[in-house]
Design a protein around this ligand. Sequence first.
Ligand code: NAP
Ligand code: HSE
Length: 428
Amino acid sequence: MTAALRLGIAGLGTVGAGVVKIVRRQAALLEARTGQRIEITAVSARDQSKDRGVNLSSYAWETDPVALAVRDDVDVFVELMGGSEGPAKLATEAALAAGKDVVTANKALLAIHGQALAEQAESAGRVIRYEAAVAGGIPVIKTLTEGLAGNEITRVMGVMNGTCNYILTRMESAGLGYNTVFDEAAALGYLEADPNLDVGGIDAGHKLAILSAIAFGTKPDFDGIEIEGIQNVTIEDIRQAADMGFRIKLLGVAQRSPRGLVQRMQPCLVPANSPLGQLEGGTNMVVIEGDAVEQVVLRGPGAGEGPTASAVLGDICDLARGLRIATFGQPAATLEDAPAASTGLPAPYYLRMALADKPGALAKVAAVLGEAGVSIDRMRQYSHDDATAPVLIVTHKTTRAALNQALDAMKTTDVVATVPVALRIEQV
Ligand code: NAP
Ligand code: HSE
């Protein structure tokens, strides 16, 4: 009889408890599919007395996740604690050093220490799997590393933070301001312990760094990502974008360019009738473009107990089946250092500003844009009751650098009443 694949699970929160439940509930199904019995031998969390909605009495308890990671009766260390530093990193390193394979859902750990961990895993002959780290239940890592392995990937983009998509779509559907919906999201328990990880675009940036490494064969480079959160998106921007046929999304885009690797995570306007534009609530979507396949669109739940545990189990089943793939789809030593693109690719931009309602105000703004080489495509001025006129401009394709030059020059005019909002319009 084949020996069981023995799991040590560190972290018994939303995801960890979900994984334990599936391993218990689907034991026969998992064995039938993989040909190997999958069993949990030991678990770890901070508080042993906490009720986690699942019976843990048959598993050994370790208070120290590092001790769990190196146990002789553990074949696969399942890291579900989170955080790029501290116990998650220490225990993962210890597990690899002790000859264990690792399954994790930890995007922060891989985005920041992925290269070093991949090198350690390969030199020890072990593998790290992390399907749950990007877009929760969507099998995007598998799609990129396996299904699309025959493609040169040209662009990866997506909405990868469900909380931000919930906030933006709820603002639009309920006509509510950012702060009100942020508070609602907090009350519903959608936000990370540090909400800036969500609304500041950092969590989604971690996910993009991982996808980018696989797609382009580059070392994960979280620091090279241009990140802007959704905190400054207003209900006015959402309404006016909608009026022009767009919706605002926290969109991640990674793309090779002659100037280097473009990686950005920022609020963008996308066509309302595009798949990304139609994405509602906490759902995630990843769009992958390759030279042979053209475009693949993956949509599904990006978070939550079931979807995330489902992805973790996919990885565990791969290990049970003997599938062993290099961390980022190719040997760590072959991943390139990709310099971040010095200037982003040109795009049209949406600009919203309030102008002093006096003769020549629009002309001054148009002149400043023209001097920076920014050409206006469309322009609207909305009716108003006070002394400032809301104005909306859509530019032709331009670089962010040229636009910034124009925005700086606008500050020196006496007609721009508020700091203009500038959002990229992404062709998707
Ligand atoms: P969580 O609910 O906060 O659970 C974290 C678990 O880790 C808790 O059981 C906690 O113990 C344990 N823990 C923390 N520090 C520990 C330590 N020093 N020693 C031992 N155990 C420790 O987090 P989660 O939502 O399940 O997320 C886990 C991982 O999955 C994170 O990397 C996260 O980014 C990722 N992820 C989560 C989701 C999601 O939908 N939640 C989706 C995708 C990826 P106590 O319970 O005793 O406090
Ligand atoms: N905070 C993340 C989100 C959880 O909202 O998408 C899943 O990674």
